[in-house]
Design a binder for this molecule. Sequence first.
Ligand SMILES: NC(=O)CC[C@H](N)C(=O)O
Length: 355
Amino acid sequence: MADAYVALADGRVFEARARAPGRTRGELVFTTAYTGYEESLTDPSYEEQVLTFSYPLIGNYGVRDERFESDRVHPNAAVARELTDDVAEWLEAEGVPAVDHLDTRDLVTSVREEGAMACGIAAGPDATPEAAKEELAECVGMSDHLDIGKQVSTDEPYTVQGGGDYDVALVDCGMKGSIATSLAERGADVHVLPYDVDADTVADLEPDVLFISNGPGDPANFESATGLVEEFAGEVPLAGICLGQQIVARAFGGDTEKMAFGHRGVNQPVRDLETGQVVMTTQNHGYSVADPGDLEVTQVNVNDDTAEGLKSDEFSVVTRQYHPEANPGPHDSLGFFDEVLDLAGNGSRTPVTAD
Ligand SMILES: NC(=O)CC[C@H](N)C(=O)O
């Protein structure tokens, strides 16, 4: 008998099995990743979303905190065809509702055809379809989470030491930990700063690079970080990943738009326009750069031609829409971090090769 319900904005209510109890709501999205569930569930970019795994069995190699990308679970709920006990117990301990034993093929097909949509979830002994619908009715659109950066950013600055060859000012809009460690492994001291850090604080660090992290929600709502990029453009080399690319593009006169259902998975093909080479990438985003402004598009998604990489030689800018740092991989694009530090060192450094 069902003890969990998922109510969708298209009017349907799915019956499911409660794996971690609770009531919640969020934007229903799906990832096609078959590994990396610990990394996905701790990726701050999933804040205020309900994450559905299209792969049918999630959790088959356990849960280890060394693989976490942040210190907590970020999606409001997790949905899969089958969650292992390890994952279910972890989510219950974190207070994050989780459900399985529903037809995730149907759920994912609906999102793919109708786009990411609001949903409400009720799970546990007292759950009812009405409770799930009540949650759905309270769901706020992603672009209406106006200060979502505050929910995920560090409150206080801190530094990840990497040997001091470079100083990177990294604006934490919901940073995945692997971004800081990928830079530190290449010799940089990484100064992680709150999402609304002011320009004077950044200037005092005399950074070699200003780096804008990934993060949740609509890039249009990150006005402070956008202003920072405008302020330092031409003064300090600039880099960004995912939300960071979107923010940098907006600061250079470009624009972003909401995608139908986004890119979330670990096998998104990206073509480099200069070399013609295609790499497989890890992705998690629901907005894209519709207009790169004064920047040049260097890489595109093979499936839909959306901008995956931007640059400006004049202003020393390099960005990626995908996640070069992503664990467990693929790691084909880790060289991005060498490119970033090359901007800092004027090409004088020896790149660290990926793997
Ligand atoms: N991973 C990210 O940085 C996501 C960026 C943005 N929130 C989007 O959905 O497009």
